[in-house]
Design a binder for this molecule. Structure first.
Ligand SMILES: [Zn+2]
Length: 492
């Protein structure tokens, strides 16, 4: 098997062959930093972080570039409302973005260019576009002449006729075609501006990604990714700009786009009031659970954000960490691994091929979230199953499974934290969601211990069941009674 990627340009899965053997250049459109990032952003960057990790796992030397749009209409508007310098406001939200991305386990890209530090490259590219006959200047503004670029629409599969029929565009007499888009905008009062051959002004939105990807990856690089909403017009315009400026075709070899996040099966939007920032969601669910949830649907499909789905993801991540913690403790307490050949050797040897086949198929993390269940079940059977302790090769099998799980967990970016710490954090968040305190649980445990000491089994069961209906399951073990969160009473 080898990696195949669904390419939006050809609408087909294609075998992945990098332009330079052993190396991959990957560009993902970043955020416009004027506010906290939302769960839709989390999806984009978690999805492509998993792809980035898998490419590294395959041995590629990956250069991952993700930009920050720090010069933009929305930033300027927000800064004016707050009487703040727009670049300073953007810098603040860049810091906030890192806080969320780090929590979600997204590795930092190799290069994170900003518009404000790439004005020279942007101006040079616009000059090339004009020199090649694809751009024109009107009163200090520069527009891309889409009628001069015959292939305009090739990524989004829209013809100019469709666009004219389907969209209402404000009439602007200064443009040759209403769909011509701005490469450079002339200076307006209160906006950040830079000098240019066309007078003071600032770049349009689309040109930055063309200029920054060329600078850091060169023309004709491997992968360009982003949300589906960017296919048109942003990525369509990038294709036009880059290819018009440099004449290198294609400027990108594989276009990847992720699907939307719906909330309770509806489109997420501020006007519907179902809009969640990553910060909102992180205050309720552990970032490891959020990440697992986001990877549990294939990146191209729409994903449905619901409390139930987040609870279920929390439950599965809790089980993963509990298994890892239990296994680590048992392995640590055990002697050398000389208990014979592996008891479930086939599960161990099949694991790498299984999950890598899923990832090779257009980064199917959804399948991997299912594949991880079997090794976890085998580990638990080996640890706690009825004759497990007498099973020959028990420890050797456990060690083999744990080792085989490592690269899978690293690529998924889940199960890589300290198990004891993550479990404690998840328990605290689960209690908060259930509106009960650790003290409530301890009081119930003591009440039940007392009932059992008095042989009042009915009372003991009543205490246990009352907690269970609140999503807290008590478990009796050699070290006394412990508890774990469950996401529905009927789940146990
Ligand atoms: Zn972009």
């Amino acid at each position: 098997m080898s990696l195949s990627i669904y390419n939006t340009m050809t609408r087909a899965k294609e075998a992945f062959t990098p332009q330079v053997e052993g190396k991959v250049g990957m560009y993902v459109c970043g955020v416009t930093v004027y506010d906290l990032s939302h769960i839709g952003h989390a999806r984009v960057y978690v999805a492509f972080d998993a792809a980035y990790r898998y490419l590294q796992h395959l041995g590629y030397d990956v250069t991952y570039v993700r930009n920050f749009t720090d010069v933009d209409d929305k930033i300027i508007k927000r800064a004016q409302e707050r009487d703040e310098d727009p670049i300073a406001l953007a810098a603040r939200y860049i810091d906030e973005f890192y806080v969320d991305m780090d929590a979600l386990g997204c590795l930092r890209p190799e290069v994170e260019p900003k518009v404000s530090t790439h004005i020279v490259e942007i101006i040079a590219m616009i000059e090339n576009i004009i020199a090649n006959g694809h751009g024109y200047v009107v009163d200090g503004d520069v527009y891309f002449d889409i009628d001069s670029f015959g292939e305009y629409g090739k990524l989004s599969k829209r013809s100019l006729d469709d666009m004219r029929a389907g969209e209402r565009v404000a009439v602007d007499d200064r443009k040759k075609n209403p769909f011509d888009f701005a490469l450079w905008k002339s200076a307006k009062p209160g906006e950040p501006t830079w000098e240019s051959p066309w007078g003071a002004g600032r770049p349009g939105w689309h040109i930055e990604c063309s200029a920054m990807s060329e600078k850091h990856l060169g023309m004709g690089f491997d992968i360009h990714a982003g949300g589906k909403d960017l296919i048109f017009p942003h990525h369509e315009n990038e294709v036009a700009q880059s290819e018009a400026a440099c004449g290198v075709k294609p400027f990108v070899h594989y276009w990847m786009h992720n699907g939307f996040v719906n909330v309770d099966a509806e489109k997420m939007s501020k006007s519907l009031g179902n809009f969640f920032t990553i910060r909102d969601v992180r205050s309720v669910y552990h970032p490891q659970a959020i990440r697992f949830f986001l990877l549990s649907t294939h990146y191209r499909a729409p994903i449905n954000y619901t409390e139930r789905n987040l609870e279920e993801a929390s439950h599965r991540v809790y089980y993963l960490y509990q298994t890892l913690l239990d296994a680590a403790q048992i392995m640590e307490a055990s002697g050398p691994l000389d208990d014979g050949p592996m008891a479930d050797g086939a599960v161990v040897s099949a694991l790498p091929g299984k999950w890598q086949a899923a990832m090779d198929d257009d980064f199917n993390t959804a399948l991997v979230t299912g594949i991880v269940s079997e090794p976890l079940k085998v580990l638990n059977d080996l640890m706690f199953g009825k004759k497990a302790k007498k099973k020959p090769g028990r420890l050797t099998t456990m060690a083999g499974l744990l080792e085989a799980l490592q690269p899978l967990l690293w690529v998924m970016g889940v199960g890589t934290g300290d198990p004891g710490e993550v479990l404690a954090e998840m328990r605290a968040m689960a209690l908060a969601r259930r509106a009960i305190t650790e003290a409530d649980v301890q009081a119930a445990i003591e009440e039940r211990v007392e009932a059992r000491a008095n042989k009042d089994w009915a009372k003991a069961d009543e205490v246990r069941d009352a907690l269970l209906t609140k999503g807290v399951q008590l478990m009796d073990g050699p070290t006394g009674t412990t508890w774990r969160p469950v996401y529905e009473a009927d789940d146990v």
